[in-house]
Design a protein around this ligand. Structure first.
Ligand code: PMP
Length: 358
């Protein structure tokens, strides 16, 4: 018997919904999901394989539920005096954010976000029964300290989420705004720093504000700068009491022993893994310059991607790029597309195709 989803007794609020996710197409140049497209160094790959192979020999046993070695490695990587007790990790920062909302959000509670921002924030809010409330940004997608304060006072939500640098706009998030938000809310302030490693080197991370701010949570990921998207490792730095709250909602053994082994091995080579970041920033700046030269309007970006306006028919440009084996991101922002910085060759392929289409 052929049945469809609609024939099943699923939750009413899921009826008619589509699963979230960018199209996964086999193309020559994929610049649509902000990955680090540079291949990882061979010696690092070898070390990861050896570590995972050792973990396979114990695969009959459940993994370390507290992923202690990984938390220590992540604390060491972050620096800023952060200790393993302040670290949490999960299968991507998506899962970290989900666990945060499971612990601090939920039915009867609300979260304030500032669109356009990472779509999963509102989707996770919905999935956990947390009310999603939208704040307004200033000119140029910025959020000033005054604006964040006013929006928090207006909406009085239980949680505030800020994304810096912001996806999909690339907009910087300054410490003054984070401090103002923390002081204005009596609740949890989550800063999503998925793209932190692409910020200018002299710009401080929200991690520098953790000391003395127990309601501040900073989420990060190994998926972007660290070239580890396939392994699914996201993490959080926060007060140890916050980590205790996440222990109450996590599924036991949520991080597989293979994931833990792979991530610990990769973190031993953090410098090598991050060696590509400078080149990615270079390619990103090339994209900004060339787009401007072609008459598009690229937004200033602190990330590994560029949002650009001035596209008369984004869907048409998207399709024409796809015909040439290149995929970018077609978003819900009228007249805009988003492209990730690739390797030099991928970036050149994108820019040449765009020139050709123009
Ligand atoms: N936060 C932001 C702002 C992102 O752009 C992404 C990925 N696109 C994530 C979190 C989630 O990444 P992951 O689950 O791979 O850690």
């Amino acid at each position: 018997m052929e049945i469809t989803l609609d024939d099943l007794p699923i939750r009413d609020d899921l009826r008619g919904q589509s699963p979230y996710g960018a199209p996964q197409k086999k193309v020559r140049v994929a610049l649509n999901v902000n990955e680090n497209t540079h291949p990882i160094p061979e010696d690092v790959a070898r070390d990861i394989v050896e570590s995972v192979a050792a973990a396979v020999l114990e695969i009959n046993r459940y993994p370390d539920r507290e992923f202690t070695a990984l938390r220590e490695a992540l604390a060491g990587y972050l620096g800023h005096g952060i200790t393993a007790e302040q670290i949490w990790a999960a299968n991507g920062s998506n899962e970290v954010i989900q666990q945060i909302l499971q612990a601090f959000g939920g039915p009867g509670r609300s979260i304030l976000g500032f669109p356009p921002t990472y779509s999963m924030h509102s989707i996770i809010a919905k999935g956990t029964g947390t009310e999603w409330v939208e704040g307004r940004r200033d000119e140029g997608f910025q959020i000033s300290p005054e604006t964040v304060r006013a929006e928090i006072e207006r909406t009085k939500t239980d949680i505030v989420i800020l994304c810096g640098p912001n996806n999909p706009t690339g907009t910087p998030l300054y410490l003054e705004t984070i401090e103002a938000a923390y002081d204005a809310t009596p609740g949890i302030l989550l800063v999503d720093e998925a793209y932190a490693e692409f910020m200018p080197a002299d710009q401080p991370s929200a991690l520098t504000l953790l000391e003395g701010r127990p309601r501040l949570l900073v989420s990060r990921t190994m998926s972007k700068a660290f070239a580890f998207a396939g392994a699914r490792v996201g993490y959080l730095a926060a007060n140890p009491a916050v980590i205790d709250a996440l222990r109450l909602v996590r599924l036991p053994y949520h991080l597989s022993s293979l994931t833990q082994a792979a991530a610990v091995a990769a973190l031993r080579h953090a410098d090598e893994m991050l060696a590509m970041v400078d080149d990615i920033k270079l390619q990103r700046d090339r994209i900004v310059d060339t787009l401007a030269e072609l008459g598009y309007q690229p937004w200033p970006t602190w990330s590994n991607f560029v949002l650009f306006g001035g596209v008369d028919d984004p869907h048409d440009v998207f399709e024409k790029l796809l015909e040439r084996g290149i995929i970018v991101r077609d978003l819900a922002i009228p007249g805009h597309l988003r492209v990730s910085a690739g390797t030099e060759a991928e970036t050149t392929a994108f820019l040449e195709a765009l020139r050709d289409i123009k």
